[in-house]
Ligand binder design. Structure first.
Ligand SMILES: [Mg+2]
Length: 244
């Protein structure tokens, strides 16, 4: 059967609420059930797209028959095939070094530094409001020499700073790569996301399919949904009438 839609769904803030500690994010049974039904549909392809490390993402989503894009696109698992961006693969030691330096320098309560193998995240959601400036200053101090050497790139999101290998690659590029290889039937791509890093995908997909932002921030997406509840309402309607 021809696929009608190729769903590309961000995880945190889109399918699950943003939580104070990343490891607390959990898909409820009811919501997992909706995603399971979507994944089984012959007229749909489903990919979960996240900044999380791939294994972490897979554990939290827990679905078979879906494509996983982890680490902002540096890891892609489709079918039995796992693809890691070659430059990301080479950057593992560098990330380990930056991780250790950040760990040693960031003596601020509430900061969570995540080593995601190919990228790093510094979460500051749980830091006292008066201390966020200090988090930023320490982050900049540690990353500055690596930025000067063009070894890394830094980006940000909702209460998070990120370190990535210095390569032109993001959720948009990863989605483009995926669709070229796995969307032979030209299903309509539908991307739903809530954060800054999703904008790269919106930019790429705007003239190709549906782009939907969850929330109120300024965006390139063509449509908006107010909340995660609204995302599931749309997905349930899709299960019933087969249309977005
Ligand atoms: Mg998100």
């Amino acid at each position: 059967m021809m696929k009608k839609y190729f769903l590309l769904l961000d995880f945190d803030g889109t399918l699950t609420p943003i939580v104070s500690r990343p490891r607390l994010a959990k898909l409820s049974a009811g919501r997992k059930n909706v995603l399971t039904k979507l994944a089984k549909r012959k007229d749909l392809a489903v990919a979960i797209v996240s900044g999380r490390e791939l294994d972490d993402l897979k554990r939290r989503v827990g679905l078979k028959d879906v494509i996983y894009i982890g680490n902002h696109g540096f890891q892609i698992e489709a079918g039995n095939r796992l693809v890691v961006h070659p430059i990301a693969r080479k950057s593992q030691k560098l990330m380990e070094r930056v991780y250790k330096e950040l760990k040693a320098a960031m003596n601020i309560a509430g900061v969570i530094i995540e080593n995601k193998k190919y990228t790093l995240s510094v979460h500051y959601r749980r830091v006292k409001p008066g201390e966020t400036g200090r988090v930023k200053r320490i982050f900049q101090k540690v990353t500055r020499p690596y930025l000067a050497n063009k070894k890394i790139k830094v980006t940000g999101g909702k209460k998070v700073f990120e370190v990535r290998p210095n390569v032109v690659w993001d959720k948009g590029k990863a989605v483009a790569w995926l669709l070229e290889r796995y969307n032979k039937g030209n299903a309509i791509p539908v991307y739903i996301g809530d954060d800054t890093t999703d904008e790269d995908a919106f930019r790429y997909l705007n003239d190709k399919g549906e782009t939907i932002l969850v929330g109120r921030k300024k965006t390139l997406a063509r449509r908006r949904l107010a909340s995660i509840e609204a995302v599931y309402k749309l997905l349930k309607e899709l299960l019933i009438d087969g249309r977005i």
